[in-house]
Design a protein around this ligand. Structure first.
Ligand code: MV4
Length: 515
């Protein structure tokens, strides 16, 4: 095992990696920008080194600087987390060439999965089902029409270099083709410097289901089951769960086998994820492979009992996986991404100082966060502040537990996605599992901008809040009704009181009482 590892990231994932190091007996080295000098990951690591000013392009993306720091402090390995340098083939290669160990897949596997058309060709050769379509870039709209005639409209134009939905256009008729191809090309050129575009049959209303794989350097590769990530907005996932209501044991085995085949074809080692579309008939299609640890890895950890980040490090250190069979999920896990965005305001990023932070605890609750009271939330980095993750025996129990945990959570000083998540947990479609990748955007109005309730409901909410307030009058940590801001720690309250406090928060927002 390594004695020292450098964490090339910030926020919650940096802390997550530092915790894994501590439990493995590995010394951790944090790197930080000027904006993060006071950040928790800097304090929790065994050592910390400043790498530059606040903008990521001058700090967390400075691969050469980070490699120099790793060599100087005597780290043997670099863990990139997700985002930043995690899927840059050149960085994985540079780490290796500097004589350091890269905690991630080989640079060649990153490259093989980096181009969508290359990944598609690789998948097809490995017998992995992909959406019907082409694997070569289009020459012109005429060719695109011929291909569309073969598969039938609607079709989807996709950028070969793509990712994140950029350079994607749905085409429903021959008449739309010329305009769609032009705009897909120019968007792809701007985003990736490559205007190659190819065609797929458009799958309507699918789910996004992904399979976690773990491969060691000794030829063992296993599937750890699926995560369902359909609750997303503009390609940003908001909620993930494991397992998926749409996946039977038999489908899990088939998707797992396919994911392992794709990983093996790419020469994959370490943790990776194969993304699939799952249609209403139960057909699944490989989309792409994410060659990093993902934000939503904790839901898989909770249903498998494995520590994926520790396994990433152990695999990089040359350890063998102790199991050769794919694992069966136990219970149900849900993750909500807590972001500094204001759902009631078009998810506008919110900035400022976190004045007060009260974290949920209790049975089956996990908080993977990168913030604390006093943290400054700026626009320099991703708005994801933390993940709230729960585990319970059944999906219904996990939803009730997440709702309870969200009620316990208080973040004061900035707007967050907390109330958005409460409204999703309360939604009948979510509760019955009737969701697809289109569901959130179709229901955003009722979830993110709940219409003002009529006077009777509003009065009842205020009354409930006042009862809760009266009942906790003797408590030291009550809701401060005079300020109208629900800063009270509801951890000490009964569910009814917590609901009352939440009704108060909602009512006071509607009344414009919140400062
Ligand atoms: C699709 C699709 C429907 N049909 N391909 C979006 C990003 C990229 N990773 C692939 N994406 C999609 N590809 C076909 N042939 C729908 C999407 C898609 C999507 C996929 C996963 C999660 C969220 C999504 C949101 C919109 C569209």
């Amino acid at each position: 095992m390594f004695t020292k590892l450098l964490v090339a990231n910030r926020g919650e994932i940096a802390l997550r990696i530092i915790r894994a190091c501590q439990e493995l007996g590995v010394r951790s080295v944090a790197v930080y920008s000027d904006a993060d000098a006071q950040a928790p990951h800097v304090r929790e690591a065994d050592e910390a080194v400043r790498i530059g000013p606040a903008p990521s392009s001058e700090s967390y993306l400075k691969g050469d600087v980070i490699i120099e720091v790793a060599k100087r402090v005597g780290a043997q390995a670099i863990h990139p987390g997700y985002g930043f340098l995690s899927e840059r083939e050149w960085f994985a290669r540079a780490v290796r060439e500097a004589g350091l160990v890269w905690v991630g897949p080989p640079a060649e596997a990153i490259a093989a999965m980096g181009s969508k058309t290359a990944a598609r060709t690789l998948a097809i050769s490995a017998g992995v089902p992909v959406v019907p379509g082409t694997a070569q870039g289009l020459t012109d709209a005429g060719e695109a029409r011929t291909i569309a005639a073969k598969y039938g409209y609607p079709v989807l134009l996709k950028a070969a270099a793509g990712g994140g939905g950029k350079g994607m256009r749905i085409v429903r008729s021959d008449a739309e083709m010329v305009g769609a191809l032009d705009s897909a090309r120019s968007e792809a050129r701007k985003a990736f410097g490559d205007d190659a575009v190819y065609v797929e049959k458009y799958i309507e209303g699918p789910r996004h289901v992904e399979i976690q794989v773990l491969a060691d350097a000794h030829g063992n590769c296993i599937s750890l089951g699926e995560r369902e990530c359909s609750v997303q907005r503009r390609h940003q996932k908001m909620i993930e769960e494991a397992p998926s209501v749409a996946v039977t044991p038999e489908l899990r085995r088939r998707m797992g086998d396919v994911a392992v085949a794709a990983a093996k074809a790419a020469g994959y080692v370490n943790a990776g994820t194969c993304e699939f579309l799952l249609d209403r008939e139960g057909n699944f299609y490989f989309l792409e492979m994410n060659t990093r640890i993902q934000v939503e890895h904790p839901v898989t950890e909770l249903v498998t009992g494995l520590d994926l980040v520790q396994w990433q490090i152990r695999i990089a250190a040359g350890e063998k996986l102790p199991f050769t069979e794919s694992l069966v999920p136990r219970g149900w896990a849900i993750e909500c991404r807590i972001t500094s965005e204001d759902p009631a305001n078009g998810f506008l990023p919110s900035t400022g100082r976190i004045e007060h932070l009260h974290l949920p605890t209790g049975p089956g609750v996990r908080w993977d966060g990168g913030i604390e009271a006093g943290s400054e939330v700026s626009l320099f980095y991703d708005p994801m502040l933390a993940k709230l993750i729960v585990h319970a025996a059944t999906r219904d129990q996990a939803i009730a537990r997440m709702h309870r945990a969200l009620l316990e959570l208080t973040i004061d000083g900035i707007e967050t996605s907390r109330e958005f998540h409460l409204r999703v947990m309360e939604h009948p479609d979510w509760q019955s599992g009737s969701i697809s990748i289109q569901w959130l955007e179709q229901h955003l109005d009722e979830i993110a901008n709940p219409t003002a309730p009529d006077e009777a409901i509003k009065a009842a909410a205020v009354a409930a809040a006042l009862v809760a307030e009266r009942d906790r009058g003797s408590r030291a940590s009550g809701v401060n009704a005079s300020s109208g801001v629900g800063t009270g720690s509801s951890a000490a309250a009964t569910p009814a009181q917590a609901t009352g406090a939440d009704a108060w928060r909602r009512a006071s927002r509607l009344e414009g009482l919140r400062s």
